[in-house]
Ligand binder design. Structure first.
Ligand code: COA
Length: 163
């Protein structure tokens, strides 16, 4: 299993984030880097992190509470083209879920992805997200039930402790 560390983006590391790239066909699946950097300046309410394996930056994510609905959302998660398919996406998603689950009142987490983004679909579903059935701005919305996830983890820990 790949191991990653999330480091909050600051002025020192954000220029390196600009160098993270996606495959051409993935360019339309998330907002381009240019837009994200604009967000870095203009949307301080969201937490933006670079995803590291040791000292190597392998990806980027943005998450937080959306002021429009008061719910926790993972808005962006991308892994650099040269580091995809190595388990980093999955590992980063797990870390983000851990961070958000510890936040007050975080009982559910939402994500959105384009219908043709079958990789994101597989990744989110394998982490426990389920499609809500609704769409927003052309994206499928999926939801993770954090309470249910915590209960599953506790049951598993109790089982391991008893064995
Ligand atoms: C989605 C993304 C973050 C996945 O990152 P990654 O590091 O390549 O993914 P992982 O190696 O951790 O794989 C996670 C799961 O995705 C699926 N997956 C990844 N690449 C895949 C591919 N090329 N084909 C099919 N499934 C794939 C698999 O289910 C995999 O789990 P498994 O290995 O247990 O079967 C990456 O492809 C990306 O940055 N895409 C562009 C941005 C984007 O679409 N972000 C999500 C929406 S915001």
């Amino acid at each position: 299993m790949a191991k990653v560390v999330l480091r909050e983006i600051n002025k020192e590391i954000w220029p390196r984030c600009m160098e993270l790239t996606l495959k051409l066909e993935q360019g339309g699946l998330v907002a381009p880097n240019f837009y994200r950097v604009h967000e870095f300046k203009a949307e301080p309410q969201f937490i933006q992190v670079a995803i590291f394996d040791g000292e190597e930056m392998v990806g980027y994510a943005m998450y937080g509470v959306d002021p429009d609905d008061g719910k926790y959302w993972i808005y962006r998660l991308m892994i650099d083209i040269d580091h995809q398919r190595m388990g980093y996406g999955k590992a980063a998603l797990e870390e983000i879920i851990k961070v958000l689950s510890d936040q007050p009142g975080c009982d559910e987490i939402f994500v959105g992805y384009r219908p043709e983004n079958f990789v994101a679909h597989a990744m989110y579903l394998s982490a426990g997200f389920k499609r809500t059935g609704s769409m927003l701005q052309g994206e499928y919305i999926a939801r993770l039930d954090v309470k249910e996830l915590k209960a599953q983890v506790e049951t598993e820990e109790a089982r391991l402790a008893a064995s």
